[in-house]
Design a protein around this ligand. Structure first.
Ligand SMILES: [Mg+2]
Length: 313
């Protein structure tokens, strides 16, 4: 692995995730192979195409919620779970273009922050969507310096705000730890066996070991990739089986299904691995993140870079 400055890797996580989100959004719920059918040549340009209700470069709920988490961490001087929940609620009430069904229910059911997700899970019994994994870029960057235990703990607690199923917590915690390892210039794929054996809840480690194994392929997924396991597995597969940021994102979006989130998670991991410089400028130029519920604010690349600098300070 190349040595890259920490800020370059941290920037890669957050901008990479945002770029993946915006790039994948127009292909959401589409068939496999749709991206490369439309853009057969890898560097021909025009891929930030918009469509399906999205403007070219417009980031969706994945990035919007990640920004809300990041801003809470900065403004509250650390992890303030009720504050994050309140920001999520304010955002959800402003009717964002995209919001996960489960996330919407938890944020609008009127329950207090520390019960809403748990009660939703008790009633529905299914809460292992990828909706907490998709928004983890900012918290992963912020808590990396605090070490493995602290970053995985923070991941679980932020995930639990909207997802009552521990499977979602563990997937988000694995993502946090893979980012932390990469920011230390270590190979995240090499870290997986020990991570799965010793640091993932024993009730969930076997299922993650399956989807994160070197020989796993997204074709072997037993659920839609809107679920947390195949989503994380597909992102790690895309990182493992490609040789660059752009190639990893193309592979992720070409899987079809929940393309914005699979590409956002892939973009976070690949952005950490290859660094900010590896993200094509033609993809960041049009990138923008509207924040419904927070005035008319729309963050652009410079705003994200400023957020990243503050999150890593
Ligand atoms: Mg989305």
């Amino acid at each position: 692995m190349k040595r890259i400055q920490l800020i370059e890797r941290a920037g890669g996580v957050i901008v990479g995730a945002a770029v993946g989100d915006a790039l994948g959004a127009p292909f959401e719920f589409g068939p496999a192979g749709a991206f490369s059918a439309r853009f057969p040549s890898p560097d021909a340009g025009g891929e930030m195409c918009g469509g399906g209700g999205w403007d070219p470069g417009e980031a969706t709920d994945d990035t919007q919620m990640a920004v809300l988490v990041g801003e809470s961490l900065l403004e509250r001087g650390g992890l303030d779970l009720p504050d994050i929940f309140t920001r999520f609620q304010r955002w959800a009430a402003a009717e964002p273009k995209d919001i996960g069904l489960q996330t919407e229910d938890v944020l609008t059911n009127g329950m207090p922050w520390d019960l809403a997700a748990a009660i939703h899970f008790q009633v529905n019994l299914r809460a292992a969507g990828n909706g907490s994994l998709m928004r983890a870029s900012t918290s992963a960057v912020h808590f990396a310096a605090a070490g493995r235990g602290a970053t995985m703990d923070a991941a679980r607690r932020i995930a639990a705000l909207t997802h009552g199923d521990r499977a979602a917590w563990e997937g988000t915690a694995i993502f946090h730890e893979l980012v932390r390892v990469t920011l230390e210039d270590a190979d995240p794929l090499a870290a997986l066996p020990d991570l799965l054996r010793h640091h993932v809840h024993p009730d969930h480690s076997a299922r993650y070991a399956t989807v994160l194994a070197a020989d796993w392929h997204p074709d072997r997924a037993t659920e839609f990739n809107g679920a947390v396991w195949p989503c994380l597995g597909s992102a790690v597969w895309a990182l493992r089986t490609t040789d660059g940021f752009e190639e990893a994102l193309r592979a992720a979006i070409d899987l079809g299904g929940d393309t914005d989130t699979v590409a956002a998670v892939t973009g976070g991991l690949a952005g950490a691995y290859y660094g900010l410089d590896a993200i094509p400028a033609r993809w960041t130029e049009q990138l923008h993140v509207p924040l419904p519920g927070f005035g008319e604010r729309v963050l652009r690349l410079d705003d994200l870079l400023d957020l990243i600098a503050r999150l890593t300070r």
